[in-house]
Design a protein around this ligand. Structure first.
Ligand SMILES: Nc1nc2c(c(=O)[nH]1)N[C@H]1C(S)=C(S)[C@@H](COP(=O)(O)O)O[C@H]1N2
Ligand SMILES: [Mo]
Length: 369
């Protein structure tokens, strides 16, 4: 008989860490979960190898040839699909900006133990696949269905709970979205780390909803109680709060760091004179960006927005700056069509979710000579 207590079921608490000092455990997470290189914000579509990654557990190495997606639970006509069948359904390609709900966590104080993102957990890809809604129609929901759960093939532990990564959406959330089952990213089959061979993409939401390595879609007559749904991805101001589920993206903007870096310090050196600052802005549920402003040393002025064409993709902006010698602080701030504006300081959140506070970049402009 096994008498060893299982530490996975009663793990030690992750320590809250000091501002600017990262624990070895955080660095281990950061080494697995790469972020976009901010210079790639110059591009409409993020090259696949520069798209950020967030994988809770190990990447399942699935074979597309024998992967299936099953529709189970409270459906009148449950069925399953091979990848070949998925490919033979009507296909759509959409650029969608994904951002991790933990993006900005490194700027939250106290910082909870998790992936210590600064700004880089965001990217835009052209996703190809088939829309979710017609498949649910084909499987015919029973009348008492309240939610649809999406289960991945990756298993692991978090806070003592062993589980397959899984998330759910209500029928209203599905009806008001363009959720899709995708097999390709930027014209190529999904890479293992991005959910091959099949994942969900929930446009306009934080990334946690876009379940990778999708193997099962289950119709539920009770709300889904999976760990990632009810224990994780909840906004809480205090640990004892019931909180609110993390859903749509919050309004945000980022700029391409201007000038050139120093290898070790990452300080930025900018030439004096005319500098074109540029970046991207986005918001949740396809709500358009209506304004971006840039602050140079705390003085805000409007940026120029490029035309907005793609509902779920970030919008380009630029700002002409006459750089004068010395140290400067640069910020950018977006406003969406619903009037949401980025805050200047991180809003308190126990797990460090949804930090859309304005980006800060310090630059040094050298003297002309
Ligand atoms: N099965 C599964 N799906 C998942 C995750 C995961 O760990 N397992 N991570 C989620 C989170 S938190 C994010 S932000 C996105 C990241 O997608 P990407 O790695 O393709 O950028 O995938 C989501 N889907
Ligand atoms: Mo995430």
């Amino acid at each position: 008989m096994n008498r060893n207590p299982n530490p996975f079921l009663d793990p030690p608490e992750g320590k809250t860490t000091e501002d600017g000092i990262f624990s070895e455990a955080e660095v281990r997470l950061a080494n697995r979960n790469s972020g976009i290189l901010l210079e790639a914000l110059a591009l409409d579509v993020t090259p696949t190898g520069l798209h950020y990654l967030l994988n809770h557990f190990d990447v399942p190495l699935l074979d597309a040839a024998d992967h299936g997606l099953s529709f189970e639970g409270a459906f009148e006509s449950p069925f399953s699909l091979t990848m070949q069948e998925v490919m033979s359904l009507p296909q759509v390609t959409r650029p969608v900006t994904l951002e991790c709900a933990g993006n900005g966590r490194a700027g939250v104080s106290p910082r909870p133990h998790s992936m210590p993102w600064a700004y880089e957990a965001v990217g835009t890809s052209e996703w190809t696949g088939t829309l979710l809604a017609p498949l649910l129609k084909r499987a015919r929901l029973k009348t008492d269905v309240v939610e649809i759960a999406f289960l991945g093939a990756d298993f692991g532990f978090d806070h003592g709970r062993g589980h397959y990564y899984g998330r759910s959406l209500t029928l209203d959330q599905i009806a008001s979205s363009d959720a899709m089952l995708v097999h390709s990213m930027n014209g190529q089959p999904l890479l293992p780390q991005h959910g091959a061979p099949l994942r969900l993409i929930m446009p306009g939401w934080y990334g946690m909803a876009s379940v990778k390595w999708l193997r099962k879609i289950e119709a539920l007559t009770q709300p889904f109680d999976g760990f990632q749904q009810v224990n994780n991805y909840i906004f809480r101001e205090r640990p004892e709060d019931r909180g609110r589920p993390v859903t749509a993206l919050r309004v945000k903007s980022l700029m391409v760091p201007p000038g050139v870096p120093d290898w070790g310090t990452r300080w930025r050196l900018v030439e004096p004179g005319h500098t074109r600052l540029a970046g991207r802005a986005w918001s949740g549920n396809g709500v358009p960006i209506v304004k971006v402003e840039v602050a140079v040393d705390g003085v805000w002025a409007p940026a120029v927005l490029a035309p907005h064409t793609e509902r779920y993709a970030w919008r380009k902006w630029n700002f002409d700056w006459d750089a004068v010698p010395g140290w400067h602080v640069l910020n950018c701030r977006a406003t969406d069509a619903d009037g949401n504006v980025q805050p200047l300081k991180a809003v308190r959140d126990v797990a460090g979710f949804g930090n859309n506070a304005v980006q800060r970049i310090d630059v040094f402009v050298h003297d002309t000579n």
